[in-house]
Design a protein around this ligand. Structure first.
Ligand code: GLP
Length: 241
């Protein structure tokens, strides 16, 4: 695990974007693992700017998102498909056929989840996985006590995650309790992992995953086993190291 403490989240987003761009130049059909949440938005803004202002081409890029809620349509403003269109896909030239989300509908969900991992394998694996982290140490929706070698599967969200996310739902609106997420094993299969975490509310999780033992109670701690992971922090998220 390499740790870079940045002066600002913007500096972290600059560094992550620069690495993606460098890899894209040598591999135009780059396979990106993508995350949602507020943390990666800075990187997505920069990628959009590079495409608009510098003509950077994404037409051969393949993407695999980390997770998606079960029970929300792609048009629901809280769905991760909606989030990704709004923050990235609508503005880039990635063909729709190259964009992948974990399955959330229909029968045989378990088989479709397995096929999601197989699809990632079939394109040669994820070259760069963008990650954030939950304040409980979750990566994707791999909540505390998730199996450390899990593949893509359906997870029940914890009370804490539901509480953290309840602010996005109006009162009376049903909040999904289930999500499909890449497994911890799926994430560990990525060749390179770039995790960003900013702000004081991530400080406990960062301390646990960097200095604590590898433990299912802090799923991000498994990244200690990954040979090519870099954490981009700010002073606040790094304050308890
Ligand atoms: C969610 C997502 C994670 C994300 C985390 C942190 O629960 N499933 O992928 O990393 O929250 O979100 P944020 O970046 O908004 O702090």
């Amino acid at each position: 695990m390499q740790i870079i403490v940045c002066e600002t989240p913007d500096e972290g987003a600059d560094l992550v974007t620069r690495e993606i761009l460098r890899r894209l130049e040598s591999k135009p059909d780059l396979v990106l693992g993508l995350a949602t949440g507020s943390t990666p938005i800075g990187v997505y803004e920069r990628l959009v700017r590079l495409h608009r202002e510098k003509g950077v081409d994404f037409s051969r890029v393949r993407t695999f998102n980390l997770d998606e809620y079960i029970g929300l349509s792609a048009e629901h403003p809280q769905s991760y498909r909606f989030f990704m269109r709004r923050h990235l896909f609508d503005a880039l030239n990635i063909p729709a056929a190259n964009i992948h989300f974990p399955p959330t509908e229909g029968p045989e969900l378990q088989r479709k989840c397995r096929e999601y991992d197989e699809k990632i394998q079939a394109v040669g694996g994820i070259d760069i996985q963008i990650l954030g982290i939950g304040s409980n140490g979750q990566i994707g929706f791999n909540e505390p006590t998730s199996s450390l070698r899990s593949g893509t599967r359906v997870k029940t969200l914890t009370e804490k995650t539901l509480r953290d996310n309840s602010r996005f739902y109006s009162s009376g609106e049903t909040q999904p309790h289930l999500a499909t997420t890449m497994g911890i094993g799926t994430i560990l299969g990525a060749k390179r992992i770039l995790l960003q975490a900013f702000g004081e509310k991530k400080a406990d999780a960062i301390r646990a995953i960097v200095e604590g033992p590898i433990s299912a109670f802090w799923p991000g701690s498994v990244l200690q086993l990954h040979p090519e992971t870099t954490l981009f922090l700010d002073r606040a998220s790094a304050s308890r190291l």
